[in-house]
Design a protein around this ligand. Structure first.
Ligand code: FEO
Length: 395
């Protein structure tokens, strides 16, 4: 079996999951995902995070093979979400004298999830854990993306074990390091991971980036996806950009339509945006495209134009799902347009106006609402909505 080393005595223990359809039972992962744990073998032996519980047997076997049967002394818990703490109990059972290393919030979770209340070493931002020639330091990065999240820094190799931060969807297809893989392929999955999993916590991510600024980092080892050693700026620049809501001129148009009337309005708006020179236009049927992809594109493009037909005097359900998720994530700094249609008594656009009030984005034009099929005067209003949006995007 290949052993992937980050440095002498520092091992990558990553496991590919190509079976799970939905990460956290919600987010589609068509290209799979990896769960990465790391092992440092020194006078003392330390694991950094574990793996998802389906991989426990292989994981324990690999640890045993690398350590030649020596016991593991420490398990550093950067993040308690079960895709990384899933093997915690198994590790403790195998190595009963192990010490769990975490912060105050970590151990509250260890007790609640796994009913383990001893064997713990609480660390702080100025703590040093000596393993021999390797020394570990720690920094909490709360809410990136759980309260207890922290990172661990190995001082001799300057490797930052970053937990979910800088992670990616996508199983590792042979390549493990950033210079072994096609970054163009990974970019979309990297962004979807950030926007879907961490995206609600952009201000916290900004604070974390600031906190890590002073560290001399030679390698970023996350709990998902590639290990970054040759293109650190590639990932750091993207995190800076995404977490500061820096977008490109472009529009995400999302519609919910039962019989095509609202979809027709979306097409008119999209066409006029293109006529005005906007090239980045994505049109999504909310019933067909998972919010995961729509949210990811919202972090790319400045404009969001959303349309809904009325459904039992309410929003169309699939549109409701999308905008509820967007509201919940608190995405900032966008331009907004809204439109829709109804058969007898409205409901779609009325609720989109509430969404507009809640988001406090820049509503570029009055909502356009048609009764039944699209007719000339509302056609012209769709054109005007697109023009107003293009004016703002091109300004
Ligand atoms: Fe990959 Fe937040 O767990």
């Amino acid at each position: 079996m290949h052993r992937v080393k980050l440095a002498d005595d520092i091992y990558f223990l990553g496991f590919n999951d190509r079976r799970t359809h939905l990460f956290e039972n919600y987010w589609p992962i068509p290209y799979g995902v990896s769960y990465n744990s790391y092992l440092i073998v020194d006078e003392k032996i330390a694991l950094i995070d574990t793996v998802e519980r389906h991989f426990i047997d292989d994981y324990l076997e690999q640890i045993k093979a690398i350590t030649n049967g020596r016991p593991v002394d420490y398990l550093v818990i950067n993040h308690m979400e079960p895709d990384h703490s899933g093997a915690l109990r198994a590790v403790v059972a195998r190595y009963p004298n192990i010490t769990l290393v975490g912060n105050k919030k970590t151990f509250d979770m260890v007790a609640n999830y796994y009913q383990i209340t001893d064997q713990s070493l609480e660390v702080y931002d100025d703590s040093i854990l000596e393993l021999g020639k390797h020394k570990l330091t720690f920094a909490t990065i709360p809410m990136v993306h759980w309260p207890e999240t922290m990172v661990t820094y190995e001082t001799s190799t300057k490797i930052l074990f970053s937990g979910d931060a800088f992670g990616s969807f996508g199983a590792m297809n042979g390549g493990v390091f950033d210079d072994e893989i096609d970054l163009n392929f990974f970019e979309e999955e990297l962004m979807r991971y950030f926007t879907n999993i961490v995206g609600k916590y952009c201000p916290h991510t900004q604070r974390a980036l600031k906190k890590l600024e002073g560290l001399d980092i030679k390698m970023l080892a996350a709990t998902h996806g590639p290990v970054w050693r040759s293109n650190l700026n590639y990932i750091l620049d993207r995190y800076q950009k995404w977490s500061s809501y820096t977008t490109e001129p472009g529009a995400v148009i999302v519609f919910g339509s039962m019989y095509g009337n609202t979809e027709k309005m979306a097409d008119v708006i999209a066409r006029q945006l293109a006529v005005r020179g906007i090239k980045n236009i994505r049109v999504y049927d909310a019933s067909k495209t998972h919010p995961s992809y729509i949210i990811s594109d919202l972090f790319k493009f400045k404009a969001f134009i959303v349309g809904s037909c009325a459904y039992n005097n309410e929003l169309f359900p699939s549109v409701e799902t999308v905008i509820t998720k967007i509201e919940h994530m608190g995405i900032k700094d966008h331009l907004l347009g809204i439109f829709g249609s109804y058969g007898w008594n409205g409901g779609g656009v009325k609720n989109l106006k509430t969404f507009a009030d809640n988001m406090k984005w820049d509503l570029v034009y009055d909502p356009v609402e048609e009764k039944g099929t699209l007719k000339q005067s509302k056609f012209e209003q769709c054109i005007e909505l697109a023009n107003a949006m293009a004016d703002k995007l091109l300004a």
